[in-house]
Structures are given as C-alpha cells and as structure tokens.
Design a protein around this ligand. Structure first.
Ligand SMILES: *Cc1c(COP(=O)(O)O)cnc(C)c1O
Length: 384
C-alpha cells in the first residue's frame, strides 16, 4: 500500500489513444483545450500548461522579474522545487517557518521577517506560499502583506487542485499573481508529468507562453523587427522547451472530468481516518474553516516527539506493508541548501515537524479494510 497512487480509467486510456492516432502528438489542439478547461475550473483568466510544475514555477519566477540580487521566500516544509526555482534565476532563497498546527507558512513569522527585511533593504521580490497537503494558506493575509511590502506571490498549489479558499477555487489568483499546479502521478489528477500556471494578468500569461517555448513568438503583431516573411518567428527572450505534449494534456483533460469525484472520495476516506484514529496519540494537521482542502495527503503528527519513536513508527508501518512517507524533510537542511549557509536551528517548527510527521496512505481505490489495517498497524506500532 503506497501513500498515494494514480487512478486511470478506460476513458483516460481512450483519450490518450485518440491523440496517438491523431496528426499531433504535441503542439496540437489538446493542450489549449486542457488549459481552457483548467481556467474554467479554477476561475482564472489564463492558464499556461508546462511539462511539470517545476518548469511552471521557473517560468513564473522569470515572468515576475526574479533575478540575481533578488530574494525568494518559501516554506521549508515543501518539495525542493518550490525553492529551487529561485536558485535557477540566480536569486537568493530564504524560508519562513511553519505554523505547527497547520504545517503551512506562519503568517506572523512572515510579517516579522518582512519588518526586519525592510530595515535591512532585503525585502523579497517573490514569496511562494505552499498549500501543503491540499489546504490553502491564508491567502488574504499574504495578499495584504504583498501589497504593503511590494512582493509578488506565486502559490505553489501542486497539492491543491480542486481546493477552495473562502469559497473561491485555488488558482483563481484573487490574492496572488500566479498559481502553479502539478499533474505528477502522485498528485490529485495526473497528466503523466505536467504542470500549469494560472494567472489573471495578460502580460504574465503572454510572457510565460513564450518562455515555455524558447522565448519565441510567432505572432507577427508582436515582432520587434519587420517580418521578412510569413514564414518567420522571433526569439525575444531566453526561454526553454517546457511544453506539455498533447498526449499528456489528453490524460489531464480526461482526469479533470473526474476531479470532483476524486475529491469527494478523498474526503470520505479522510473522514473515516478521523474516526478510526481518534483515540490514538496522534494529531492530524488542522484545516482552517475557510479552506476546502483537496486532501492530497493525510499527514499525522505523533504526540511523542522523540526521533527514536518517529523512526520506530515509520519502520514499524513499513514493516506492515504500509508505505508511509515524510512530506517533507525541511528543504533548508538538504546538503545543497546547507552549502548556501542554512543550518539546524534556523527554522525550529519545521525541524520539529520533520521529527514527528508522517503521511498515511490516502487515494481513491483504498478500501475500508485498508484503512482499518492502517489504523490497527498504527495502534500496534505506537504501543511498541
Ligand atoms: C510535486 C511538487 C512540485 C513539483 O511538481 P512536478 O510536477 O513534479 O515538477 C512542486 N511543489 C510541490 C509542493 C510538490 O508537491
């Protein structure tokens, strides 16, 4: 039993096969159709598909002007890609500690760090809040700080497609500039590999469309030179080949049709967990009442915070065939980030989290008996 797993239907397979039989495997009609469908789903003006969320984060940072000498801040409890995108741009990366109850970026810590940074003249250009496990951060508060301290906001919503904040879909960018989703197989819906950036800003969207394809434009109206002929294109920026294929987009589009079904099933399973784990010495991450989580992960924290206990519970559950995982080992403590100067003690709540958190299996297709086995095994190893 892994901690997460994709669910592929006959319709998904047919949709992919249809593309394989069509004239376009890539740069055909399906990527724009997928972008349109996501745009409609999340309520954004624009959607820019890419070959991964990592690529989407990278071009989002470039579009927002992040470069050498700038700062990017994110949460230490995230996948490394949320921070790496800053390094790709030559910017300096820093972190804001988490709120231990939710696992999300701590807004008070963010505000204090901004006050200090302002005095030092080191305010961030971009802040990336991460919607850990599918629960949106407090985006209204972050948006207010963004206006006051003039930084741009990219939501890392890799876990959070289908989620809501204050009744609005994650991705509608009411309090952010850009929102990024991942369609890696372990996420809520998949396109094999894939990602997408939503935004309401036409300039950011245009720039990201170009950056994902070498920085090239084919639109004659946008040419800087006089076009030598209708056969030409112009490279205006240094871009990449970060395009999504039509094969991927067909899978993503087909999966998107089941998004609400998938979320309902995740919620049903999660409610069962709440019930059958209620008496154990553990806590699930808290979810704010303003948030509808897409419940990408079922993260628990052990009441006993000793590292030995954490390891034993981990190994015990793995021994029972239950593929628990830690989401995440704090980014600042990876060797690459330590070499940039980060060390133990820099972000105490994130480090404490990593000593007692673990993700239980949660994905459509789990049976009642599977959940019961997780609960029984957990009870057993917690007593050991
Ligand atoms: C999965 C993930 C990413 C990267 O997604 P890819 O599509 O695999 O590049 C980025 N941030 C977070 C929080 C993720 O979980």
């Amino acid at each position: 039993m892994p901690y997460g797993r994709q669910s592929i239907s006959i319709e998904d397979i047919d949709a992919v096969v249809d593309v394989l039989r069509s004239p376009f495997l890539t740069q055909g009609p399906v990527v724009p159709a997928f972008e349109q469908a996501i745009s409609t789903e999340v309520g954004s003006e624009f959607a820019v598909a890419a070959n991964s969320a990592t690529s989407a984060l990278h071009i989002a940072c470039i579009a927002l002007g992040l470069g050498p000498g700038d700062y990017l801040w994110t949460s230490p409890i995230t996948f490394v890609a949320s921070a790496n995108c800053g390094c790709y741009c030559g910017a300096k990366v820093d972190f804001v500690d988490i709120d231990p109850s939710t696992g999300l970026m701590n807004i008070q810590d963010l505000e204090l760090k901004l006050q200090k940074a302002e005095k030092l003249g080191r305010l961030p250009k971009v802040v990336i809040p991460v919607h850990l496990a599918g629960a949106s951060c407090d985006m209204r508060a972050i948006g207010q700080l963004a206006r006051r301290y003039r930084f741009a906001v990219i939501e890392d919503a890799s876990h959070a497609i289908g989620g809501k904040y204050q009744g609005r879909p994650v991705g509608s960018c009411v309090h952010s500039d850009i929102c990024v989703f991942s369609f890696h197989p372990v996420k809520i819906i998949t396109s094999g590999e894939g990602g997408l950036a939503s935004t309401n800003d036409p300039k950011l969207a245009q720039y990201m469309y170009e950056l994902r394809s070498h920085g090239i434009t084919k639109d004659l109206n946008r040419f800087e030179r006089i076009a030598p002929g209708p056969w030409s294109y112009e490279q205006q920026h240094l871009g990449f080949n970060y395009r999504m294929t039509d094969i991927s987009a067909a899978l993503g589009l087909s999966q998107l049709k089941r998004l609400h079904e998938i979320l309902a099933e995740r919620h049903r399973l999660y409610q069962r967990y709440l019930k059958i784990l209620a008496d154990l010495p553990i806590r699930l991450l808290q979810i704010s009442e303003e948030v509808y989580s897409s419940l990408h992960l079922a993260i628990i924290r052990l009441d006993d915070p000793s590292p030995k206990h954490h390891r034993q519970v981990f190994e015990g559950l793995r021994g029972c065939g239950i593929g628990v995982q830690l989401h995440y080992s704090p980014v600042h403590l990876h060797p690459f980030y330590r070499r940039l100067g980060f060390q133990e003690g820099d972000f105490p709540e994130a480090e404490a989290y990593a000593r007692n958190a673990l993700s239980l299996p949660l994905y459509p297709g789990l049976q009642e008996s599977d959940l019961q086995r997780v609960a029984d095994s957990l009870k057993l190893v917690l007593q050991a």
